[in-house]
Write a new protein. Structure first.
Length: 369
């Protein structure tokens, strides 16, 4: 929108801008060089100087933002951390702001033309979600959120990321606990090795048995460590692609038969998860294909849950990729028919596929007199 600079309003706005800039510069000079106030420095970083380079320099000088008590603020960025009542938003300049949620916080998706957004619970604020937050600062320097807004598409992406990250984090935590147990067992085994070494010094006949026991213990520890390292790695065991008619998300009898077969294999597997990905051919708009591919993936998930009692915790959040990842030529009828598909994969924990190590204690050839 263009502004007529000849009007008095323009002159008034220009004069106000110079007054605000002069006031902010005076505030910066009033701080002492020996112990600068952290809140003043952060407020200076939020003041928009005349040039873009000055703004980027100020933003890069701080990693965390402290919001003054009662100060109104709107921030945009990506959720990098999520706790019970708070989450951290990182803006485009890399500055983190801690946001606190209350019972009065409004969480909604952004509405489109002639429609309002959808209300969501605070549990939908996930890591990786692009958000816009309006609120006021509190006495602890956090931003108390009045409104949290985001796009539906960003929420779907964040959910997909969360469904993949959470199982990995849980497996890493479990692996760390097991590593701690292995270290304790290793210390115990080390003590046993020392005892066996002492016995070997007293009786040469026990030296060979002690060495064999030490080698077996080390091999067992190495095998256990290798198995634990594989706990967060999933490998495909089975896969199937079910096809759909043009502009349809309805499962055909043949598709249901394919899903019956792979569901039976999944229920007989140990430590499995199911990955469901929907696709379309290249005809139609990008947005329409995304919606249609998601509907196809949802239809497959619904069939597996309702007809085979596959637990939802075993299914990775389904995702529609639209016309991406085509497996055939979209310029032919046969190729487009192959691309209208949903891929279903059974993934099994690699660590569970490996057998647990066994240790055997060699018998000593010596006896007490």
């Amino acid at each position: 929108m263009s502004i007529d600079k000849s009007r008095p309003v323009w002159k008034l706005l220009l004069a106000s801008s110079f007054i605000l800039l002069a006031a902010s510069l005076g505030l910066a000079q009033s701080t002492t060089t020996s112990a600068p106030d952290s809140r003043v420095n952060r407020s200076q970083a939020q003041i928009k100087p005349p040039t873009d380079s000055g703004q980027s320099t100020a933003a890069q000088s701080t990693n965390a933002r402290t919001v003054s008590d009662g100060q109104k603020m709107t921030i945009k960025g990506v959720v990098t951390r999520r706790d019970a009542d708070t989450f951290v938003v990182r803006d485009a300049n890399g500055v983190d702001t801690t946001v606190r949620l209350t019972d009065k916080t409004s969480v909604k998706s952004k509405g489109g033309f002639l429609r309002s957004g959808t209300n969501y619970g605070v549990t939908n604020i996930l890591r990786g979600l692009n958000v816009e937050v309006d609120g006021r600062g509190d006495s602890s320097g956090q931003l108390v959120a009045d409104k949290v807004r985001f796009n539906e598409a960003d929420l779907r992406v964040a959910r997909s990321i969360e469904s993949r990250v959470d199982p990995v984090e849980n497996r890493v935590g479990s692996a760390e606990n097991r590593i701690g147990q292995v270290e304790q067992n290793s210390q115990k085994l080390s003590g046993q090795i020392d005892e066996l070494a002492a016995v070997s010094n007293a009786a040469r006949g026990g030296a060979k048995a002690a060495q064999e026991s030490a080698d077996t213990a080390i091999a067992g520890v190495n095998a256990t460590n290798e198995r634990i390292s594989s706990l967060d790695d999933y490998v495909p065991q089975e896969s199937v692609a079910v096809n759909f008619k043009v502009n349809s998300a309805v499962l055909s009898p043949q598709s249901k038969s394919q899903l019956d077969e792979i569901a039976t294999k999944a229920l007989n597997a140990k430590g499995y998860v199911i990955e469901v990905s929907g696709y379309t051919d290249a005809t139609g708009s990008v947005e329409k294909n995304r919606v249609l591919s998601t509907q196809r993936a949802d239809a497959v998930v619904r069939y597996l849950v309702e007809n085979h009692n596959i637990p939802l915790r075993r299914i990775v959040t389904p995702f529609g990729y639209g016309k991406s990842n085509a497996i055939a030529d979209n310029t032919t009828r046969e190729g487009r028919a192959q691309n209208r598909r949903v891929e279903v994969k059974i993934l099994v924990n690699k660590g569970l596929l490996q057998s647990a190590p066994t240790m055997t204690t060699p018998t000593s050839g010596t006896s007490n007199p």
